[in-house]
Every structure is written in C-alpha cells, then in structure tokens.
Design a protein around this ligand. Sequence first.
Ligand code: SME
Length: 152
Amino acid sequence: MVEKQLQELIAGWDGSLQWRYAHLANAAALLWEETEGINWLGFYLIDKETDKLILGPFQGKAACTEIPIGKGVCGKAAELKKAILVPDVHAFEGHIACDSASRSELVVPLIDSTGEVVGVLDVDSPMTGRFTEEDRERFERYAKRISSALWS
Ligand code: SME
C-alpha cells in the first residue's frame, strides 16, 4: 500500500533538479505519515564538489545542513554504501545529534544505477531500539524505488 503510493508519488520525474526535490519532498511526507514512533525523517544528498551530504527534503525539526562523508550515522552509511541501524544513538561513536530527542536511528543509502551513492534516507526515533531488521529491509526497498525513479 505505502509502496504503491510511494511509487505513484515519484513516478514521471522529468530529469530536473527542481522536480527531483518535489518528489523527494512528497516521499518524505508520505513515509513520515506512515511510520509510527519517529521524530525525524528525511534526505541528505551528496554534493560531489565538497564530498558532503547536504540536507534535502525532510519532516521534523530543523536539522544539520551538512555532514561530511564518513561522519555521523549518515556519513558512515554513505561511505560504507550500506544501511546502518543504530538501536541506541548514545552508543554510536560519532553520532551527530541534530534533535536531542532522538534515541535510535536508521539510515539507508540511495544508490544510483551505476552503483554510486547519491544520498541517504535518515529516520530518527525518540525511542531506544525502535527499528527492527524488518524496518531496515522495508526502508531499503523504499530507497531502491526512490533512487531508481529519481536518479535514472
Ligand atoms: N543523526 C545523524 C544526523 C542527522 S539528523 O539525525 C537529522 C547522524 O549521526 O548522521
């Protein structure tokens, strides 16, 4: 159901940056509405010139605008090209606390058709241990749909 709605929201991208952001904004709104127990959900996209993740469309409190690759959970997921599930953010060395209410976090990379990381999808929860392996798989599927619709 959510996946179908997501697919519809991101379909028909015209190749422009402006419309990529429009679709990402709607994807953030949908996934935010459909995910219980979270306080932040959004995208960070890679700026190739500076090799940093720059804040993209999101829902939740105002957040850090840039994260170097390799730093924080987002930067690590981008560097390793794999999802990172953090049950307790206080136990993750280098975690960047944008919203002090966050206790657990799930970050999945967005990977384009050439295998390059183009950004990450970050979800935060005020509950310790909020995310399961099933959530990780589900968000990886969302990320796959999003990157193939908007980076093809
Ligand atoms: N906690 C993230 C930073 C982004 S915010 O949570 C929105 C991190 O450690 O990369």
